[in-house]
Design a protein around this ligand. Structure first.
Ligand code: ATP
Ligand code: MG
Length: 427
């Protein structure tokens, strides 16, 4: 048996990366019009960056790739982007150097030890943004709008925004007490994860994928009833801003999100396409109030989301989004006889001029080389022949018009300029 990709990982092949690059470049351009700059952090961090005390999430408790080599401090492959970005924000004192809010995006591989399924992998990619230093409902809405506009720009239509508020610390503490009371008598009937959550963070019980239909979850009190005025007002302003942008949403009072650091707004944007199944969340996030301080920075609030790139690509596929087809190359250099390094020289000068150029390197017959011109959809063929070369000349053929001329080697780039220019003017 040969070698294979490890469980929960995949190769992106040529046709995949072409699509990924198109999507990534669209994402980057949306980030740029929103004024976000990219930050690249290491793929591993010291473990406490992710494993914060009292964290009750599955991600931190069961899904991290943690290792230590030669007795050095424990390291963890990043399971998410936010913690590393905030670590970097504080380490580089961005709060003192940059105009606030800081607007950062990231893109890259994340690692979680999960049970692999369609849309759920052990190595996967996230694109995410963090807006740090402005506690404003407008910014929460703007954050959702950025992610939403990426989906719209791709042409995805079967998506909806689910939104909820966890309120401020006071509201959440009151709610936590109410939940503990509510689950007190039946916690034994719930799964072992829920029993751990009951102690660590009872809110997370509402996020349980095992027990979500258990009567005690269905009848659990709603956080909406425990919000103080300030938290309610904050949430209403987020919703009003979404209304103003005509972004449709549904309030989901069971939405608590997987990570522990959220306060106020939390949201998930899900696909309603039948094929997306239980891995329907494309991007998700919320506001966090304590994270910058946790890493040793000043008291500062942030908001962000992370988008699952593989899930995004699956949705594009399901909704039949078309990406640019392979458009073919500009020039193909053919060789006839002993022409030494000339084809390589010609190809290099065409490439330097920006033309996508290929050449025969297999010393094949003329017929086989013309087949390559065809297959590669070359617009121009340059034929370097031993006899023409004696006069410092080559043949050059415009495939569309079938025009063929003999030119001095130094004129090849000019002819290609002329032919492809007139083609692009007509096209
Ligand atoms: P889920 O409930 O599906 O496990 P999560 O709450 O763990 O999601 P987040 O930590 O919020 O997910 O990550 C943000 C996004 O990253 C998800 O909405 C999803 O699109 C994507 N994502 C998360 N885990 C994976 C994974 N294992 N494989 C592929 N994409 C993932
Ligand atoms: Mg998860």
């Amino acid at each position: 048996m040969g070698y294979q990709t490890p469980r929960g990982t995949q190769d992106l092949l040529q046709d995949d990366t072409r699509k990924w690059l198109a999507v990534e470049s669209l994402i980057r351009s949306v980030c740029s019009v929103y004024g976000y700059d990219e930050v690249r952090t290491p793929i591993f961090e010291s473990t406490p960056v992710f494993k914060r005390e009292n964290d009750s999430s599955d991600m931190v408790n069961k899904e991290m790739y943690t290792f230590s080599i030669n007795g050095e401090d424990s390291l963890t492959l990043r399971p998410e982007g936010t913690a590393g970005i905030i670590r970097s924000f504080v380490e580089h004192k961005m709060y003192g150097r940059l105009e606030m809010p800081a607007k950062i995006y990231y893109m890259g591989e994340m690692f979680r030890y999960e049970r692999p399924q369609k849309g759920r992998y052990r190595q996967f990619n996230q694109f995410g943004i963090e807006n740090i230093g402005a506690k404003s409902p407008i910014v929460d809405a703007e954050t959702i709008a950025l992610g939403y506009s990426i989906l719209k720009a791709l042409g995805l239509s079967q998506v909806k925004v689910l939104i909820n508020t966890l309120g401020d610390d006071e509201s959440r503490n009151n709610y936590r007490t109410a939940l503990k009371e509510h689950f007190k008598d039946c916690i034994g009937e719930l799964c072992s994860d829920c029993q751990r959550r009951y102690e660590q963070n009872p809110l997370r019980i509402l996020d349980c994928k095992v027990d979500h239909e258990h009567p005690s979850l269905v009848s659990a009190p709603s956080l909406q009833d425990y919000l103080n005025d300030e938290s309610r007002e904050y949430f209403n302003e987020v919703l009003a801003a979404l209304d103003a942008l005509e972004i449709p949403y549904e309030i989901d009072d069971r939405l608590v999100r997987g990570l522990d650091y959220y306060t106020h707004t939390v949201f998930e944007v899900v696909s309603t396409h039948p094929e997306s199944g239980s891995q329907a969340t494309v991007f998700a996030g919320g506001r966090y109030d304590n994270l910058v301080q946790y890493f040793g920075g000043p008291e500062m609030s942030g908001v962000g989301f992370a988008m699952g790139m593989e899930r995004l690509m699956i949705l594009c596929e399901a909704e039949g989004i078309k990406f640019d087809e392979d458009e073919g190359i500009d020039c193909y250099i053919m060789s006839l006889g002993n022409v030494k390094n000339v084809p390589l020289q010609v190809a290099t000068s065409l490439r330097a001029a920006g033309y996508v150029t290929e050449m025969d390197v297999l010393k094949r017959g003329l017929k086989a080389q013309f087949k390559s011109v065809d297959r590669k959809k070359a617009k121009i063929a340059v034929i370097v022949g031993e006899s023409e070369l004696a006069n410092h000349q080559v043949n050059i053929k415009n495939i569309a018009t079938q025009e063929q001329i003999t030119v001095n080697i130094d004129e090849v780039v000019d002819v290609v300029d002329k032919w492809l220019m007139s083609e692009s003017l007509e096209g």
